[in-house]
Design a protein around this ligand. Sequence first.
Ligand code: GLN
Length: 449
Amino acid sequence: RSYLDRIECINPALNAYITIVPEKSLAQAAAADARIAAGQATPLTGIPLAQKDIFCAKGWLTTCGSKMLGNFVSPYDATVIERLNAAGVVTLGKTNMDEFAMGASNETSYYGVTRNPWDTDRSPGGSSGGSAAAVAALLAAAATGTDTGGSIRQPAALCNLSGIKPTYGTVSRYGMIAYASSLDQGGPIAHTAEDCAMLLNAMAGFDERDSTSLDRPAEDYTRDLDKPLAGLKIGLPKEFYGEGCDAEVMARVEAAVAEYQKLGMTTVEVSLPNLKLAVPTYYVIASAEASTNLSRYDGVRYGYRAPKYADLNDMYAKSRSQGFGIEVKRRILIGTYVLSHGYYDAYYLQAQRVRRLIAADFAEAFKHCDVIMGPTYPTPAFRLGEKIGNPVQMYLSDIYTVAVNLAGLPGMSIPCGFSGQTSPLPVGLQLIGDYFSEARLLNIAHRYQ
Ligand code: GLN
């Protein structure tokens, strides 16, 4: 109830939540109380969470930030929601996001922008910006997010939070509305690495309803939190430390690396020679997959349907024209183009080849180090309106995060200080590990915190 009161008071200034149903939250809270009284609690029982509106939750409006799903009340739970519910969490509401998770600023949402609690003229990052803003403003203890090309790590960085995108296949995508299926991964956004580890324990695990889910033994992600770091090697990719990053952001990242050296870690320069191709490769592949995934929104079975149309084709055309926003349409056009006959080999197939090269670059780097460190985002939180008119500029800012998704690796962002004198803005340090090294990333993050 105290969180709900705070939400009522503060959410109008931030627009972090787009759906709040207090009765539902209070019913879950009462059930959690009963469970605790019965001595059947898990570590997450009664913990109030914000859920990104990309996760289908039974009986909840689930919009994915789009007008297209503005009337969609999900008849089922996503696996992530089902698992968190089984652990006894309390859902406080559904959070705002870039439409269909396409964006990096939370400005493409049909439901209005979300504001960064550290400076309300600025973006919280995206696409899980509503989740990050809610946690940063203490409107939830923690939140769920999804990361296709940086959407957990970037908002965590810009809002002074910790967020982890696990190895592809670790968290089930069942009921998580698809953007780019070969890149999408769910994960937690929280204040600390310890909180992330506890949430990941509940969220991760094999799910036969997701054909790309990995069938591996369950892990306790909290198991290594306190391990000493001495002797571990930090890889510093030279491509991360060149031009293109704000000087104050770079200074905070370098100071964090120096702190890690005091904890006994050593550094080694590594190289990701194909990093310069990561953004174009990502936008070809992500848009291609988006264009096919979004073909299901046709106005027939569920979602938005145009009120007036002449025939079936006109109904499809009008429903999609009216239901999708400008960024989503841009991705559908790019994706349809790169998949079309005559361009498929030149763009889509070529991008798939470069994707292999990027994964191979990481594999080579991890022969020389245990973790890669660098910035999460090239600048601190930027002003709302500053980048939205220039999509290429917005896309280029994804340079430090998208390669991780292309390779399917785990990546995390943790707070590493503030830039700016008059108005302090958070800076994020990115930790990238080899496949299935989540426990180690969380350990490295935890020791710094
Ligand atoms: N900014 C990237 C995009 O717009 C990543 C978004 C995401 O991770 N969902 O595609």
